[in-house]
Design a protein around this ligand. Structure first.
Ligand SMILES: Nc1ncnc2c1ncn2[C@@H]1O[C@H](COP(=O)(O)OP(=O)(O)O)[C@@H](O)[C@H]1O
Ligand SMILES: [Mg+2]
Length: 286
């Protein structure tokens, strides 16, 4: 295989047969080379599988282990922040202490977000068959995500609307579908400036459930659209980079959609807004 010799194949002619011709010898060499290539491919496939498993286990273990110290840190920080708030504002230590505490708090929140994303990604990696298939009311899941993000929308002065049909039921994992909706609605709210709108709808059409999340936000360029669902990918856009993020949210979304045998698409006009559409097979009636 290439310059490497992996082994030997011996071919013999029966006694009395004529000698190998040059063409036959060439064909034998070619067969040997093909076999060698096949062996190399099989080896690198096995190695990748091993590495993939190892990477997945490592990420799961590390992110799981990090969660506890991070939540301890956030807890203690809250106590510290309260103590600092009780200081006399005229005290010369007050200003630096309070600004440092706030900064540590923001960094800790960010760290906690990264760990949560890594853990969710590692949990949806791997076997599709591992996804539980129980009936899930998708309208309810969408409603839950919208409700959860309404506070953030209010903060950012973004109008968040929802229109969901009852009885849109799919087979799958409720927690994963929640994560899916939270990530998509969360992005729409995050990447929309004050005064904008985010509209979420959940309907059934034929044998499919369709969820659309449309925002009047910063939009996504065609170049960025092509890479959106890759791990760690964040748009090459000043406005987008002003918001904090890991670039893992949509990679998680894509995996969850795949695990539920669905499809996802994104359409956008840069500077005007974006629409994400998720299509999932409806649960069979009965
Ligand atoms: N609704 C949206 N409007 C504009 N840009 C978006 C939207 N959703 C995602 N993006 C872009 O796609 C990138 C990847 O999204 P995501 O994987 O959720 O990562 P992040 O942690 O940055 O939110 C974001 O960094 C952003 O640039
Ligand atoms: Mg995101």
């Amino acid at each position: 295989a290439g310059p490497e010799c992996l082994g030997r194949i011996v071919m013999r002619r029966r006694v009395g047969q004529p000698d190998w011709s040059d063409e036959e010898a060439e064909a034998a060499r070619a067969i040997g080379q093909d076999l060698g290539d096949a062996v190399l491919t099989a080896r690198s496939y096995l190695r990748q599988q091993e590495l993939g498993d190892y990477k997945g286990r490592l990420i799961t273990a590390v992110s799981h282990e990090l969660r506890q110290p991070i939540s301890a840190m956030l807890g203690h920080l809250a106590v510290l922040a309260e103590t600092v708030d009780e200081l006399d504002p005229d005290d010369p230590t007050y200003a630096p202490l309070s600004s440092t505490t706030r900064r540590i708090g923001r960094a800790a929140e960010r760290l906690s977000g990264i760990v949560t994303d890594l853990l969710s990604l590692s949990l949806v990696e791997g076997e599709e068959s591992a996804t539980p298939r129980t009936p899930v009311d998708l309208g309810e899941v969408v409603h839950g995500a919208v409700e959860l993000l309404s506070i953030r929308a209010l903060h950012g002065q973004v109008t968040l609307t929802e229109s969901s049909n009852a009885d849109v039921s799919v087979l799958g994992d409720a927690a994963e579908l929640e994560r899916l909706m939270i990530n998509l609605v969360g992005n729409a709210v995050k990447y929309t400036a004050a005064g904008g709108t985010v509209a979420v709808s959940c309907t059934a059409e034929g044998d499919e459930a369709i969820v659309t999340i449309t925002d009047t936000g910063i939009g996504i360029s065609a170049d960025d659209l092509a890479h959106l669902f890759e791990e760690f990918y964040r748009a090459n856009d000043v406005e987008a980079r002003r918001r904090e993020g890991t670039g893992l949210g949509l990679a998680i979304v894509a995996r969850i959609v795949e695990r539920h045998h669905g499809r996802i698409s994104a359409a956008s006009i840069h500077g005007e807004g974006s629409t994400f559409t998720v299509t999932l097979p409806l649960a069979p009636p009965g």
